[in-house]
Design a binder for this molecule. Sequence first.
Ligand code: ADP
Ligand code: MG
Length: 272
Amino acid sequence: MPATDRSLRVLVVANQKGGVGKTTTAINLGTALAAVGERVLLIDSDPQGNASTGLGVGRAQRRHTLYDVLMGEKPLADAVVRTTVPGLDLTPSDPDLSGVELELGREARRSFKLRDALAPLGASGAYSYVLIDCPPSLNLLTVNAMAAADAVLVPLQCEFFALEGLTQLMRTIDLVRGSLNPGLELQGIVLTMFDRRNSLSGQVEGDVRAHFGDTVYQTVIPRNVRVSEAPSFGKPALVYDLKCAGSQAYLKLAREVVLRERRRRAKQLEAT
Ligand code: ADP
Ligand code: MG
């Protein structure tokens, strides 16, 4: 089970706001983790399929998708495709995924579909990290992701209403902890699309750090045109332009994420 297996870490990238950098973070953090030797599975849990497209996995290559897995029609292994990044695999999604909420109806284990599907991964040793890219909503897909995860990584866009909605997200994490997944932690908050020339960005950073302290990663992701261009070429920014400031920031973020996971693992081992 992901929550107890110490060699596999399942991280969910969540924020119910759209356009804050969830998919960009999932793709580029996934690529950066793979670049430092981790074996990564990125699960695209947004019916829009932006993570799939952004990794160059077109509709024709999405023979089986997360939808088939959550509906119990295929094992996860059948819905995994290689990406062009060595060490980074993908479970793609397509618009069918938006039907899951209705189709699972009142089924008893409806919130544990992803967790059940991921269960064999721990023992297989095929991956060291699973990253789940969430839709911009606190719906059944996000709840499934949180129920399956060890920790949540929250991208926060440096804009005026950044903190708005965060309370609701934290409440959802608490709810999931209280009912579905007691071990769920907050991996961290990453500030995205930081604009040095805009004083508002600095102000938002100050507010968020004052509020959330060390939970906020030291690394801040700058607004960078290369990062926004990359998906249209079906490439992570790190492949499209490794040297750009955005790619370098995601490499730094990956180091922080790994460090936090190592510390957590050490603490868990101490406790046993
Ligand atoms: P979400 O998944 O939260 O909806 P996305 O990752 O799709 O957000 O990002 C929303 C938009 O912002 C996309 O067009 C993306 O290319 C752009 N974007 C994300 N991060 C950056 C960045 N660091 N610099 C410039 N553009 C970015
Ligand atoms: Mg997205």
